[in-house]
Design a protein around this ligand. Structure first.
Ligand SMILES: C[S@@+](CC[C@H](N)C(=O)[O-])C[C@H]1O[C@@H](n2cnc3c(N)ncnc32)[C@H](O)[C@@H]1O
Ligand code: SF4
Length: 479
């Protein structure tokens, strides 16, 4: 179903208020505390943290993330941890083989060092591009996981797929291996945008792949779209979203373009004269919000949409939706272990661990029998309370003080006295409402497009100076 043009502009926000909050770049809180605050960690630290997690009172079932860093070609906008290996496999065959062996070894080492009587309920292959691998390579790694973990019958088994490297043979293998969710990098359908960001994949390629995915019986397919890149306009975005809707994805991640050229060298090659300004990016976001909602999708968190019968939407209802490094996901009730270069583990109520980011160092450490751990963070009691607050805000767009009080035996108003003062400004500006039953509700659309500003008030690691000096006006949108 394609929406009428007028419908695409139904939602709007108070631009004066919006502009007062536009300016500073704020965290998206895919983790709290953000990685800036993590510390160096050793093999022994990793062992201690895993043991503490196994014996913790909140010890729960397991989720596994695998990182496959390889991609054939570079997309200029890409902020992921990837290695571009080209289309010819010959020169890199040994490197791929060595990486896959290291990955197998790490999976076995991990299984030896944690309590695997707990079942594995979720597996996510991310990258880079896991579809760079050949069918037998995918099978080899998945079989290793099946050998050492107890995978539940209803486990969610997902892979991020790049349409340009996804063949029917690979999809058949994935389906046979039990994969039931695919997340496809679509990004944008506009030819000028695709050419500029060097991510050329015609609409027909995506359409045909979706047909094959459905024919093979995969229950769920997600599209990643990005708005805010050079050459995109609200009109081109509208066409992209409308084309995407004709393929009826079960979920959509509608990402704001994260522009960090100081860290991502390839982004410096973008034409910055053609970057949309923050008001135009807001228009783009609202176009997506309007069109997805009119097509019956539920808006989840900061930037995700899902059909009402989708697992993510159910997870929103039963309170197990979470925000993590893979975006909004189910499995908020699981302990996440990451394997592969740069991967991150989130051991509920205990801490974060991250593997080294250099592939050669990663392979060397694993081959020596060491944990390839580089950094991490033990949570403080305050971190855990604030994670719960940020989880409510980002996932359900509401903060339930009573729930926080019951769970942590604190008085919300005393504990968050400083934040309560800031919330008064947000309420005055229309970013939140405070309901008679005490719920703090982020308004839609204004509060939701400024959700990061609301969340920042609860981030104890951000300087509180800005709040005291009344510099809230310089805080930015989802940028
Ligand atoms: C690992 S990739 C997905 C799989 C595969 N490599 C592909 O591109 O199809 C993860 C997703 O991150 C998103 N992404 C990458 N760089 C981004 C950026 N700078 N800003 C926003 N989203 C970005 C893209 O939407 C991409 O699909
Ligand atoms: S967007 Fe995907 S395919 Fe493109 S470089 Fe990044 S990880 Fe690789």
């Amino acid at each position: 179903m394609i929406a009428k043009h007028d419908d695409a502009r139904k939602y709007d926000v108070d631009r004066d208020v919006f502009n007062r909050y536009a300016g500073l770049s704020l965290p998206r809180h895919v983790s709290y505390p953000m990685p800036t605050w993590w510390e160096d960690m050793t093999h022994d630290d990793a062992d201690k943290m895993r043991q503490a997690s196994d014996t913790h009172e909140s010890a729960c079932d397991l989720s596994l993330y695998l990182h496959i860093p390889f991609c054939e070609k570079l997309c200029k906008f890409c902020a992921c941890n990837k290695i571009i290996v080209g289309t010819d496999r010959t020169p890199v065959r040994e490197q791929i083989e060595r990486y896959l062996s290291a990955l197998e070894t790490e999976i076995r080492q991990l299984a030896d060092s944690i309590d695997t009587t707990r079942p594995l309920r979720q597996i996510h292959w991310g990258g880079g591009s896991p579809t760079y691998l050949l069918p037998h390579e995918m099978e080899r790694i998945q079989t290793t996981i099946t050998d050492v973990f107890k995978i539940t019958d209803d486990a969610e088994i997902a892979m991020e797929i790049d349409p340009r490297t996804t063949t029917e043979a690979k999809l058949r293998t994935l389906r046979q291996l039990g994969f039931n969710r695919l997340s496809m990098g679509v990004q944008d359908f506009d030819v000028a945008v695709q050419e500029h960001v060097r991510r050329v994949q015609p609409f027909e390629m995506v359409r045909d792949l979706v047909d094959t995915i459905r024919t093979l019986g995969f229950p769920s397919v997600n599209f990643d779209l990005i708005y805010g890149m050079p050459y995109q306009t609200p009109e081109t975005i509208q066409l992209t979203v409308e084309k995407a809707l004709t393929l009826s994805p079960d979920r959509v991640a509608y990402y704001h373009y994260a522009q960090i050229p100081e860290k991502i060298a390839t982004q410096r090659g973008m034409d910055y004269t053609r970057l949309p300004d923050s008001s135009t990016k807001l228009d783009m976001f609202l176009v997506g919000l309007n069109l997805f909602e009119q097509a019956g999708y539920e808006f989840i968190g900061l930037d995700h949409f899902a059909k009402s019968d989708e697992r993510l939407t159910q997870s929103l209802r039963d309170g197990t939706v979470q925000r993590n490094f893979q975006g909004m996901t189910t499995g908020g009730d699981l302990r996440l272990y990451g394997v592969g270069v740069s991967s991150i583990s989130h051991l509920t109520d205990v801490g974060f661990l991250q593997n080294v980011k250099e592939i050669d160092r990663y392979m060397q450490l694993v081959e020596e029998g060491q944990s390839p751990i580089d950094r991490g963070k033990w949570f403080t009691p305050d971190d855990i309370i604030r994670q719960a607050v940020l989880g409510d805000l980002y996932c359900i767009g509401e903060l339930l003080p009573k729930r926080i009080e019951d769970r942590f035996s604190i008085c919300f108003d005393d504990y968050f006295a400083r934040e309560r003062e800031i919330l008064k400004t947000f309420e005055k500006d229309g970013l939140i409402t405070v309901e008679p039953d005490g719920r703090i509700v982020v308004t839609k659309p204004l509060g939701r497009v400024l959700l990061r500003n609301v969340a920042a008030a609860f981030d104890a690691y951000l300087s509180s100076e800005a709040y005291r000096k009344g510099e809230l006006a310089t805080f930015s949108i989802n940028a």
